[in-house]
Design a protein around this ligand. Structure first.
Ligand code: BES
Ligand code: ZN
Length: 647
């Protein structure tokens, strides 16, 4: 349908089709008359097989978060040459894109961009016509390019915006070393377009190579082949020979050093953090070996970690060959390393088999969370598995109290919504629980065999929820027809909430914590007499997270005196304690709260605190002051996720 149409029409259509039902911020993007006319053109293409009645008009295979048209012309390889300018906070240079036509007559390719200045587009040395459409608030702007038939490669010269949503530029003061600036990208879900003009949809996979030009004293790394001993000459080259979806393209630049942790694993970090990170994550190699034993060979060559500054907005990000990791999990006792198991597991579920659209995110995150629990059990034992599974389910329950029922559906309808706004534990923990139920129904070994075959069958492909269900139908449901119930599977995937009697974990180690908590609350036992000698971090989290919402300041003071919780160096324990402290306005913890909010930008740790603070006037005042102070150091995503709480 993109053939022989003027570019402005194409842009309008791309915009219409990606934004259908999305309230555009630019009211005048598409004139009403044109909308009606083009809706009919689009209509022909909306052949959908609704998975259930409520999805009537949805095309489940369509990515509603991209303007691109890979089914007509697909980008197959990207070659980047970018200068990293810390003074202007921009990347500037070129992207050379190789294409293959699915539609032999197609001459217009539409790319996604967000905040990019496009200087020129050329093919074989001569410029080609292009047009940048109007920008949508979160989808960015479509870039339509006229590619004469026969042209299979073109070059876009561009510069990013200093406030690109997918990049964070840190000053030296915001790093561990304090001497050098730092840059990192975070592309998932739809931010790759803010630093590369590309088809920003998980349905399109590309190989890539890149040259990054940086200040001489810094090292650049990417989600690609890295050279730890590269001469620090300010020019770094990368190749990624395996095709990846756009959200897995990643880069970082800083004063980085490398330390090996095993044959295929190692860690990149600022020198100040290198040793502690390598010690904390020393089990990474065993995790890799164990995961391969169960789920088939690791497809990505090396598995390294990159430790980011504390403003990294996530716990971790599964960038292939080089997971990006928050420093907030370096606890000194490996208590929070399930994060590493999680990012590693994505090498199978996510990076090898990829969600086709953001509606299908649970295929990435639910499978990965299921695998995380399994890896943790193999490497650290069943007690730890049980504790982590109980805590995970409690996180899900807490989210479900807050969420609209529509957002409790695994195959969530994201049309017209910013994926960043919908982030919750549902795709993670509900997805994992669903798979655990399947496992229990068919038996662990059978289920592991099923997963291994699934990873093999869909390797290097993107699949929808509906394709997964069809696969399940033709495999497990055939082999174990007597044990599985199709209606219940539909309920797990398409209904809110959790079906009755889900396979919940139980932990003996938590039973004694429950007993101690109850005795303390009833006044039978003084805080200082609770025997916590042998408690591990998970038990502390369980103790704190299950205290009554309301406690007296006196009670909090007793706990604090006995266990020094305000001073806890474990960022998860501190988080739970600070949340309690805000709820009950325990003033001695408030200076620590301010410091915490200003020094950490990981959204999962700060957002619940800002949310809680926003509930009272004095809380809001504190939140506002902390946010103002912290904002210059926060990642754009953390700013966006929390600014509503401090208005
Ligand atoms: N891929 C996710 C992070 C993500 C998901 C970014 C969706 C943007 C959109 C990553 O693997 C992840 O799940 N991180 C979690 C880890 C945790 C569940 C162990 C996080 O950052 O909290
Ligand atoms: Zn994940």
């Amino acid at each position: 349908m993109f053939r022989r149409m003027p570019i402005f029409m194409l842009l309008t259509m791309a915009l219409l089709s990606a934004c259908s039902e999305h309230q555009n911020t630019d009211a005048d993007v598409v004139p009403e008359a044109q909308k009606a006319e083009e809706a009919s053109v689009l209509g022909e293409h909306e052949i959908s097989e609704p998975a259930n009645a409520s999805l009537q008009a949805m095309d489940v295979a369509k990515d509603y978060h991209s303007f691109s048209n890979p089914e007509q012309i697909a980008v197959t390889h990207i070659s980047l040459d970018l200068n990293v300018d810390f003074t202007k906070k921009v990347l500037t240079g070129s992207a050379m894109l190789d294409v293959e036509r699915g539609d032999q007559n197609a001459t217009t390719i539409v790319l996604d961009t967000k905040g990019l200045s496009i200087h020129s587009v050329s093919a074989n040395g001569s410029s080609v016509p292009f047009e940048l459409g109007k920008a949508d608030s979160f989808l960015g702007a479509p870039l339509a390019i006229e590619l004469p038939l026969g042209v299979t490669s073109f070059k876009v010269e561009y510069t990013t915006s200093p406030d690109a949503s997918g990049l964070q530029w840190l000053t030296p003061a915001q790093t561990a070393g304090g001497k050098h600036p730092f840059l990192f990208s975070q592309a998932q879900a739809i931010h790759a377009r803010s630093f590369i003009p590309l088809q920003d949809t998980p349905q399109a996979r590309v190989t890539y190579d890149a040259t990054l030009r940086t200040p001489k004293e810094l090292l650049a790394v990417m989600s690609a082949s890295n050279e730890p001993n590269a001469e620090r000459d300010g020019v770094y080259e990368f190749t990624m020979p395996q095709a990846v979806p756009s959200y897995l393209i990643a880069l970082a630049v800083g004063d980085l050093q490398f330390k090996s942790m095993g044959e295929r694993t190692g860690v990149y970090a600022e020198p100040e953090l290198l040793e502690s990170a390598a010690a904390e994550f020393a089990d990474t190699e065993s995790m890799l070996i164990e995961t391969e034993k169960r789920y088939g060979p690791y497809s990505w060559d090396r598995y390294d970690l990159l430790i980011l500054p504390p403003s990294f907005p996530f716990g971790g990000m599964e960038n292939p060959r080089l997971s990006f990791i928050t420093p907030t999990v370096i606890a000194g006792d490996k208590s929070l390393v399930s994060l590493i198991a999680h990012e590693l597991a994505h090498s199978w579920s996510g990076n090898t088999v990829t969600n086709a659209t953001w509606r299908d995110l649970w295929l990435n995150e639910g499978f990965t969370t299921y695998l995380t629990y399994r890896i943790m059990e193999i490497v650290y034992g069943t007690d730890r598995y049980n504790m982590e599974a109980v805590l995970g389910y409690e996180d899900l329950e807490e989210d479900m109290q807050r969420l609209d029922s529509q957002d409790e559906i695994l195959a969530i309808d994201l049309r017209g919504r910013d994926p960043d706004d919908v982030f919750s534990n549902v795709p993670y923990e509900k997805g994992a629980l669903f798979l655990r139920e399947l496992e229990q129904q068919v038996g662990r070994d059978n289920f592991d065999r099923f997963l291994t075959q699934y990873f093999e069958k869909f390797a290097f492909q993107s699949i929808t929820t509906d394709e997964f269900l069809a696969y399940l139908d033709s495999t497990l449901l055939v082999d174990h027809a007597d044990k599985l119930d199709k209606a219940r599977i539909q309920q797990w995937v398409f209904e809110p909430g959790v079906p009755d009697n889900p396979p919940l974990a139980e932990s003996n180690a938590f039973a004694m914590v429950d007993a101690a908590r109850a005795q303390w609350l009833s006044g039978e036992l003084a805080a200082s007499d609770i025997d916590t000698q042998s408690w591990v971090v998970h038990q502390w989290l369980y103790f704190l997270n299950n205290l009554p919402e309301t406690l007296s300041v006196e009670q909090l003071a007793q706990l604090d005196a006995a266990f020094d919780l305000t001073a806890s160096k474990n960022n998860e324990i501190a988080h739970s304690w600070l949340l309690m402290s805000v709820r009950n306005w325990y003033e001695p913890a408030l200076p620590r709260l301010r410091e915490y909010l200003v020094s950490i930008g990981r959204n999962k740790l700060v957002k619940p605190l800002y949310r809680e603070l926003s509930k009272t006037e004095r809380g809001k005042a504190l939140g506002r002051a902390a946010f103002e102070k912290a904002k210059p150091g926060y990642h754009p995503l953390t700013v966006k996720a929390n600014e509503g709480f401090v208005e």
